[in-house]
Ligand binder design. Structure first.
Ligand SMILES: *Cc1c(COP(=O)(O)O)cnc(C)c1O
Length: 376
């Protein structure tokens, strides 16, 4: 029995390690080394409840979790003393949380989001039972502001909640939060809330020049980011950060844990904040900026050589995602490409090597010549 257990694990590890370098289409970083954190696996860490209020359960990492959130608050230009957040199980939970806060503030609002929005948002809106309207997107994937303004103007009597994308899943298009604020002004909309889905580009948007309009100073009320994407984590995770004044409206105290029940989950992962804190503290602002620039370099290279094999390849400015017409199934499977109806993409996350892109382009050429089977 024991030897069988070891064999099963060994087989799984072999399979994972051989597949990992072929993940071209999904936005995960693979360049981390968290071996210094291994001893923490011997403890049942749990950051139950609100990270900013100590719990009577004291085996956890809330101090470092708070530092992670504070770092993001600074990065996202939150107002001094008006920010709050926690480490989530991923971008989807952060979006659920942002929409939940928005609903508590404006229970009668309509939610607007572009048709390029991540599939999980529809489910979240369904869970929260919030009325919502999808808005057209432009060819780039960015929201169509004319359609947005027209649609809001028809419903001027109800508060507006917008879910803005800072990096759509397919083309990494970024909606402009400042333009949304202008629309509110045009239409004299007084009650509005903007939640930013920064799952994909939220981790590095602040390092881009020009800086996309997406953060608190630009007009966001809450922002969700995935932790396993740009920062990198062996366990999926994320961060949500919101104006503290918003979260104060939903806070309720729970005697059992001695903390506030302000988070979606009760028990919360105490290990994932360690991974995020480790990366942030090792790299700092400058290291993360460099990490962004390195990825952009690789993406520029990828776009350049992909265009030679596939002239229709394209990329939105300052993004890590290179789009190509959807190739056949065998290529999609071999390189784990993410694809829609007509397009597929590769995404140049930290850890992606130029050699991998070269190998992919070689396969793409063979594939186009009908000879991919010869390549392996
Ligand atoms: C990845 C992603 C999500 C979901 O985030 P998870 O961390 O997978 O839960 C939501 N929105 C966008 C734009 C994404 O790219």
């Amino acid at each position: 029995m024991t030897s069988n257990t070891s064999q099963v694990l060994k087989d799984l590890l072999d399979e994972i390690s051989s597949r990992s370098p072929m993940t071209m289409g999904y936005p995960v970083s693979k360049d981390f080394d968290y071996s210094e954190l291994l001893p923490f696996l011997e403890y049942p860490l749990n950051n139950v409840g609100d990270p900013f209020i100590p719990s009577t359960y004291a085996v956890g990492s809330r101090e470092l979790e708070k530092q992670v959130i504070e770092f993001l608050a600074r990065l996202f230009r939150a107002k001094e003393d008006n920010w709050w957040g926690y480490v989530t199980n991923g971008g989807s939970e952060g979006n659920l949380y942002g929409l939940y806060l928005a609903r508590e503030l404006y229970p009668k609002a309509i939610v607007y989001y572009s048709e390029a929005t991540h599939y999980s948002v529809q489910k979240n809106l369904h869970l929260l039972n919030m009325p919502n309207i999808a808005i057209r997107s432009q060819a780039s994937g960015e929201i169509d502001y004319d359609d947005l303004e027209k649609t809001i103007s028809i419903n001027r009597q109800v508060p507006v909640i917008i879910l803005a994308n800072i990096g759509t899943t397919m083309t990494e298009a970024r909606d402009d939060v400042a333009k949304m604020k202008t629309i509110f002004k045009h239409l004299a909309i007084q009650h509005h809330y903007i939640h930013v889905d920064g799952a994909l580009s939220g981790g590095y948007a602040a390092f881009l020049e020009p800086r996309p309009a997406f953060d608190f100073e630009d007009g966001a009320d809450s922002i969700a980011v995935s932790g396993h994407k740009f920062f990198g984590s062996p366990i999926p995770c994320g961060m949500v950060i919101a104006k503290k004044s918003h979260r104060d409206r939903i806070a309720s105290s729970v005697d059992y844990i001695g903390s506030l029940d302000t988070t979606i989950s009760g028990s919360r992962n105490g290990h994932t904040p360690l991974f995020l804190w480790y990366t942030i503290s090792k790299l700092g602002m400058e290291g993360l900026r460099q990490r962004t620039m390195d990825c952009l370099d690789v993406a520029e290279y990828a776009e350049f050589i992909l265009k030679q094999a596939e002239p229709q390849a394209w990329r939105n400015p300052d993004t890590l995602t290179v789009n190509i017409p959807k190739p056949g199934e065998e290529l999609i499977k071999k390189w784990q490409l993410a694809s829609g109806k007509e397009w597929a993409h590769i995404i140049c996350m930290p850890g992606m090597q130029k050699a991998q892109i070269d190998a992919f382009v070689k396969d793409l050429e063979l594939h186009k010549a009908g000879q991919l089977a010869l390549a392996h």
